[in-house]
Design a protein around this ligand. Structure first.
Ligand code: PGA
Length: 252
């Protein structure tokens, strides 16, 4: 049985004050989220505050990116060890905004995944096709290629310590969600691809859906057999919406 995970991706949003209000709200409702784990992935500068506020709560936290390097002359970057020092369990790797806006290649995403695993973090590895790619009918080729790069670097045993997030780029922040059937099809493809290497890893692998997941579509998406929760952008900035998605994913 895979316990669903609902992870918030705050992206570049918030202030100290709004973060405090949001975390208070999530904490207040977290006990009512049975059956799903909650996590928030926040901008680096909020990690200390998040650690102080969430320590001892059932809510985990993480970063939104990391360096593939352990330390050194990499201005602006943050290492896996730094994230660990601030109590992170998770780190998002290869989000489409990093791939597109920062030119992160499949190989770089694989290196970052390896760096996170080596440090003991759980990478949330994002894969997904653009609208153009979907319309060209190459969704599985793209997602398969992105996944294979990570598999080749960390092996199926490494992937078994990751969470995968399928995020169709055309559904991110657009209000346009993949239908549960469209999402399930890709999730099943991902699981089958991993199963070809290692059936037990595939069976245990959490595959999240991301892309305009909201309280009103979360239950239907998460009811699909290969959808194990969500990576939530916009709706994770509103405590009640985030909690409602958590409750839906957990089946309560
Ligand atoms: P969204 O973002 O929920 O706002 O579509 C999801 C993501 O990019 O992780």
């Amino acid at each position: 049985m895979r316990k669903p995970l609902v992870a918030g991706n705050w992206k570049m949003n918030g202030t100290r004050e709004s973060a405090r209000t949001l975390l208070d709200g999530i904490k207040a409702g977290a006990m009512a989220v049975n059956g799903a784990e909650l996590a928030v992935c926040v901008p680096f500068v909020f990690l200390q505050q998040v650690q102080e506020m969430l320590a001892g709560s059932p809510i985990a936290w993480g970063g939104q990116d990391l360096s593939k390097e352990p330390k050194g002359a990499f201005t602006g970057d943050v290492s896996a060890a730094m994230l660990l020092e601030f109590g992170c369990r998770y780190v998002i790797v290869g989000h489409s905004e990093r791939r597109t806006l920062h030119g992160e290649s499949d190989a770089e995403v694989a290196e970052k995944t390896a760096a996170a695993l080596e440090a003991g973090l759980t990478p949330i590895v994002c894969v997904g096709e653009t609208l153009e790619e979907r319309e060209q009918g190459v969704t599985n080729d793209v997602v398969g290629r992105q996944l294979d790069a990570v598999l080749a670097r960390v092996g199926s045993a490494g992937l078994g310590r990751c969470v995968v997030a399928y995020e169709p780029v055309w559904a991110i922040g657009t209000g346009r969600t993949a239908t549960p059937e469209q999402a399930q099809e890709v999730h099943a493809f991902i699981r089958a691809r991993v199963a070809a290497d290692d059936a037990a890893v595939a069976e245990g692998l959490k595959i999240l859906y991301g892309g305009s997941m909201k309280p009103d579509n979360a239950a239907e998406l998460c009811a699909k057999p290969d959808i194990d929760g969500g990576l939530i952008g916009g709706a994770s900035l509103v405590a009640e919406d985030f909690l409602a998605i958590g409750r839906a994913a957990g089946g309560n």
